[in-house]
Design a protein around this ligand. Structure first.
Ligand SMILES: *Cc1c(COP(=O)(O)O)cnc(C)c1O
Length: 409
């Protein structure tokens, strides 16, 4: 077991779906001296990172940056647009969707939760946690809401607890076809800058995201991308808010400053991250993550284990959930792999705890670091006595060999 005063040799393999491994370039940028957040250089930095973020979110509208984890940005989205007792439609896609629902309850909102009932015959796991949002079910719930009491539809774009994505454009269409005025709020905390995302084009009103996943930064800053309708709702929303209030932030951001002390050094890191992502081109970044996901899934299939995501069209490019056979404790497996090979994997959360683990394929990875991670998993599976159908490591090597990485244009 490692302790903080022991230095292992080589790098730790942080293969959890966030925080993701931070590139050295970003760590170096963060280590620069802290500057005056009211001084002349700061405004230029503020404007630059906001403009870069707008490109990553796919929006022409304001993006608020908070010195907070993603959970803070969840709260900000709700308190800025809603009033006490408002109904919000949420969808049980996994642990993070349910945490957002819990937060809404605590704020005094009235969440109505859509779920997919039943368990999967093959694995015994809840079906809702193996599928994405069903846009038709959202349309149906909105049509049934004749008095239009539902004020917002809240969905998770990349459900980090399961490795299932959802089709956000289809959710928007379902809302429009139902002719319902509810706002659309999307959590893409783990999807942004790894999976294709289009705030304006998809008609999202508030997008929530965070720093420590696809943006490859340490934890500590998070975001709300807004729409004109969200800003309008902000004017009449009555939930109490002070620190999270958009109006002062958006106003001061016009000149690149904040109403309070922003996270200066993480903004250096964000500047560097945006430079890396936009320099390569987002299309290349998305293609890289898709290819990593394909390689990891080819390994899981070769082992003969089920992939948590049961819908091939919705595989996450960010992480892959792997279901362990009945009787194999996924957390004991993770512990063994951590102790023996200094590799961290994501734990099963909530309703699927102990039955699955998650392999993150985001952040500062490449083909060979992923091969190392898959080797660690394969060795761990054998050590825990899991009967494997074949070698996942070999399957992933075959995949990488046959599919060269996309090159920046
Ligand atoms: C990580 C994550 C969160 C929580 O963010 P924190 O930074 O831990 O507060 C919420 N939603 C999703 C989808 C996430 O991946």
């Amino acid at each position: 077991m490692l302790t903080l005063d022991q230095h292992p040799s080589g790098r730790h393999f942080l293969q959890i779906p966030g925080p993701s491994p931070v590139p050295d370039r970003i760590l170096r940028a963060i280590s620069l001296p802290t500057i005056d957040h009211r001084g002349p250089e700061f405004g230029a930095l503020g404007l630059k990172v906001i403009q870069g973020l707008q490109q990553v979110f796919g929006t022409r509208h304001p993006v608020a940056i908070y010195p907070a984890s993603g959970t803070g940005a969840w709260e900000a989205a709700l308190v800025n647009t809603l009033s006490p007792g408002d109904a919000v439609l949420m969808v049980e896609t996994g642990h993070f969707a349910m945490l957002w629902q819990k937060l809404a309850l605590r704020l005094g909102l009235a969440p109505q939760v859509l779920t997919r009932p039943g368990t999967c015959a093959e694995t015994g796991l809840p079906l809702a946690w193996r599928h994405g949002v069903d846009p038709a079910a959202i349309g149906e719930a909105l049509r049934a809401d004749r008095e239009q009491r539902i004020r917002a539809v809240c969905v998770v774009h990349n459900e980090t607890s399961t490795g299932v994505t959802s089709d956000i454009a289809a959710v928007r269409r379902a809302i429009d076809v139902a002719g319902h005025p509810a706002l659309l709020m999307v959590d893409t905390i783990s999807g942004l800058a790894s999976a294709d995302y289009r705030h304006d084009e998809w008609g999202v009103d508030v997008t929530v995201s965070g720093s420590q996943k696809g943006l490859m930064l340490p934890p500590g800053i998070s975001f709300n991308a807004l729409s004109p309708r969200a800003l309008q709702a902000n004017e009449t929303a009555r939930l109490p808010r002070a620190y999270w209030a958009w109006n002062e932030i958006v106003e001061m951001n016009r000149s690149g400053y904040w109403p309070y002390t922003p996270n200066t050094n993480l903004l250096y890191g964000l500047h560097e991250s945006l430079d890396m992502l936009l320099g390569q081109g987002l299309e290349v970044v998305f293609a890289r993550h898709r290819r990593w996901g394909e390689a990891v899934r080819s390994a899981v299939r070769a082992w003969g284990l089920p992939i948590q995501c049961a819908d091939e069209a919705l595989y996450s490019p960010v992480l892959t959930g792997v279901i362990t056979p009945e009787g194999i404790d996924a957390d004991a497996l993770r512990r063994c792999i951590h102790e023996r090979f200094d590799l961290s994997l994501g734990t099963g959360l909530g309703r699927i705890k102990g039955r699955m683990f998650r392999i993150g394929h985001l952040g500062d990875c490449n083909d060979l670091t992923l091969m190392a991670a898959l080797s660690g998993v394969e060795m761990g599976l054998r050590l825990q006595g899991v009967a494997l159908a074949g070698s996942g490591v070999q399957a992933a090597m075959d995949h990488f060999t046959a599919h060269p990485a996309p090159k920046p244009a």
